[in-house]
Design a protein around this ligand. Sequence first.
Ligand SMILES: NC(=O)c1ccc[n+]([C@@H]2O[C@H](COP(=O)([O-])OP(=O)(O)OC[C@H]3O[C@@H](n4cnc5c(N)ncnc54)[C@H](O)[C@@H]3O)[C@@H](O)[C@H]2O)c1
Length: 312
Amino acid sequence: MKTLITGGAGFIGSHLADLLVSRDYYVLAVDNLSLGTIENINHLTNHKKFKFIKEDLLHLDKLKDSFQENKFDAVFHLAANSDIAASATNPEIDLNNTFMTTWNTLECCRIFHVNKFVFASSSAVYGDTIRELTEETGPFLPVSYYGAGKLASEAFICAYSSMNNIQSWIVRFPNVVGERMTHGVIHDFIEKLKSNPKQLEILGDGNQKKPYVYVKDLVEAMFFIYQTSKERLNYYNVGVEDQTTVTEIAKIVCEEMQLGNVELKYTGGNAGWKGDVPHYEYDLNKINSLGWRAKYSSTEAVRLAVWSILSK
Ligand SMILES: NC(=O)c1ccc[n+]([C@@H]2O[C@H](COP(=O)([O-])OP(=O)(O)OC[C@H]3O[C@@H](n4cnc5c(N)ncnc54)[C@H](O)[C@@H]3O)[C@@H](O)[C@H]2O)c1
């Protein structure tokens, strides 16, 4: 099996590459290294089943060349903007890197007859609601440009799937944590505490409560869904049963950094930033029925991620 991973030098993409080569798949990782790094894939560069190309997916002609040269059996599309703060003031970032990268990759699948497409989607497609998030009922009302870029991508995947008989798997990730992560609340807290171990600024009121999944669990789930779910269009929430609050994360980070008496200073308000969804909870019946459950709970995943960053 010959696969393409877009965003393959990123946090999650590099873990997916590890998993696929370990299952004997050939992997071409394409990434423009805007957010990903060569360090994430250094350990794979001499692997006979792995190849990396530095390329921007927005250059459709170059992407076509890669599709022409490699007869891919399946595409795992993970490239996207992950710098939510940057796109909050410049929506074009998500239009390009979250949506257009999807459209260009789908176009290449259509032109070069690649009929398996796996997509890294997000809880952000649902928007801000107190309802448990189910695959069928949504609501699909994103509150961030990023969420809009993901939902628009899902809509095009749906249409390309139907128009071109491309079998597709849309996998809606929750917050993902673990080795090689480069952004997010855990990363930010560790950085802040390294520069000031006495005080930690927390965006919002600290009660934001979300599910965090360990990255190795997540890529296992993605691969499991791809192998097990056989519809033309497959769409799943992936997650964990529990959620962790931002204050709980702050306490775990302080504990693991062995810092006592840190003053937690809240900026206030129920959301961390504009476009943040402060609480969400997934309905996981669909993926549980397919036969998958995460090994680690949300709070265990947070602790594993803290250890992995601190042990670097
Ligand atoms: N990390 C999370 O908590 C989370 C949650 C939900 C969904 N996701 C999705 O999972 C995927 C991977 O996210 P991640 O956390 O590993 O982020 P990441 O930034 O580490 O990975 C994304 C990769 O895409 C690359 N990229 C971006 N624009 C590109 C372009 N135009 N051309 C080529 N490469 C480009 C970046 O350089 C980066 O390596 C993304 O689609 C993201 O939206 C992540």
